[in-house]
Design a protein around this ligand. Structure first.
Ligand SMILES: Cc1ncc(COP(=O)(O)O)c(C=O)c1O
Length: 415
């Protein structure tokens, strides 16, 4: 693994060329070949996100006293998203590096809150639907907690009655997603909120995907179930700015219906010779670029920009659904909400894994759902430009697989 520093430096022109060349084998995300990882509208929006990031490239979010600028931008972003998610004046939140860190903060805060409020509690556990993001297990692993995953209902949504049966005296949190990544469906947040209130436990809503998209899709008239702070009983929400917020990577929010809960997320330490060190979230040194990027993108797009993005995404989804349903042997899986679409084979002669492999050979990065075995798409505006190309490739791949009788391998390693 070891290699050495070059003896002498190179020119930036040369290095830039090398960096660009390194990308040669990456999937062509600007041409819509990725159904995840990248959220791309156009060069214009990219430039805003990138230039704002560059302006705050050096600043450090750890330095609250040194950089009131970062604090101000952060406060404004948190305030705007709290409003979008129908929080009231008592609410609060923190900027984090991503969905995983937001979820980690929710779990840690709920744990420390429960320890303070429920003396005698055993090893804390959280009860989540089977579709909840692995970040809940990751957080619980680090925090010495247990996670109980409950099988989904037939509609891929959380089975609230089964979750209720799993809540015991050591349960501190239940979780619903808005929407969950594997099938792209919203869990019944209102029912989960009723359960949380009845049992006196914390309800976290994972809106990492939906937080910055679902409110706008709802305003366009689509049926989006209640999932945010308008639902009484929702304690915290994670919402990613680096997904449908279109900010640079490294931008998410953990939001609390009551800012008073934030005292349980803080870490404070004085037992060393350099005074008190205190942070609200996991990171110490914290990039300010994502904060500036999120602030700039939100103000650049405004509600109108996000509504246009939402319109494009939903129209694109509808075109894909129609095109895929028209290909003999394929079926669009229902339900899926918001920007997701999953499809599978309903023809025993047509192996969905072989289709996935052939699509990948044609340069499409293929997302997989393993239960049920299906191809998984999550749209962003760039996909509006490749609908026909995708559908043509898919039709041709399907007829090839049918002719050849090819059988593929279910590659579970989807990341
Ligand atoms: C529903 C959901 N929650 C959490 C996450 C984790 O977000 P991140 O990858 O930013 O840590 C994801 C990522 O796709 C997600 O889809």
């Amino acid at each position: 693994m070891t290699t050495h520093f070059p003896k002498n430096g190179s020119t930036w022109v040369d290095l830039k060329q090398q960096l660009e060349a390194t990308k040669a084998d990456d999937y062509a995300w600007k041409r819509g070949r990725l159904p995840l990882y990248v959220y791309w509208r156009d060069e214009e929006l990219y430039q805003v996100a990138r230039d704002a990031y560059s302006l705050f490239f050096i600043e450090n979010g750890l330095g609250k006293l040194a950089f009131p600028s970062v604090q101000k931008l952060e406060r404004e972003v948190i305030g705007m998203v709290l409003h979008l998610l129908q929080a009231d004046e008592a609410a609060g939140g923190s900027f984090t590096a991503g969905g995983t860190e937001s979820i980690f903060q929710a779990v840690k805060t709920a744990r420390d809150h429960a320890r303070a409020e429920r003396p005698g509690i055993g090893r804390p556990r959280i009860v989540v639907p089977q579709s909840a993001h692995p970040a809940f297990n990751k957080a619980s692993h680090y925090l010495n907690m247990d996670v109980v995953r409950i099988p989904l209902g037939a509609d891929f949504r959380a089975d609230v009655a089964a979750m209720e049966r799993a809540v015991d005296d050591d349960t501190i949190m239940i979780v619903g997603s808005a929407p969950a990544y594997p099938h792209g469906v919203f869990d019944p947040i209102e029912d989960l909120a009723r359960l949380a209130m009845a049992k006196g436990v914390w309800l976290h809503v994972d809106a990492c995907v939906g937080g910055l998209l679902a409110p706008f899709v709802r305003r366009l008239g689509y049926d989006i179930p209640p999932f945010d702070f308008a639902v009484n009983g929702v304690t915290s929400i994670s919402a990613d700015l680096h997904k449908y917020g279109f900010a640079a990577k490294g931008a998410s929010l953990i939001l609390f219906h009551d800012a008073g809960l934030q005292k349980y997320q803080r870490f404070k330490f004085s037992d060393w010779p350099r005074g008190t060190y205190a942070t609200d979230t996991f990171l110490g040194t914290r990039p300010a670029g994502p904060v500036a990027s999120a602030w700039a993108v939100i103000n650049y797009l405004g509600e109108e920009g996000y509504l246009n993005i939402a319109r494009t995404i939903m129209a694109t989804r509808a075109k894909f659904a129609e095109g895929i349903a028209a290909i003999l042997g394929l079926e669009v899986i229902e339900p899926s909400d918001l920007s997701f679409l999953l499809y599978r084979s309903v023809d025993p002669e047509l192996d969905i894994n072989a289709i996935a492999e052939k699509m990948a050979e044609r340069g499409w990065f293929v997302g997989r759902c393993t239960e049920p075995s299906a191809i998984h798409l999550m749209f962003n505006p760039v996909h509006a430009t490749i609908v026909d190309e995708y559908l043509e490739d898919l039709a041709s791949v399907v007829s090839h697989v049918r002719r050849s009788g090819r059988v593929g391998v279910l590659d579970e390693n989807t990341y």
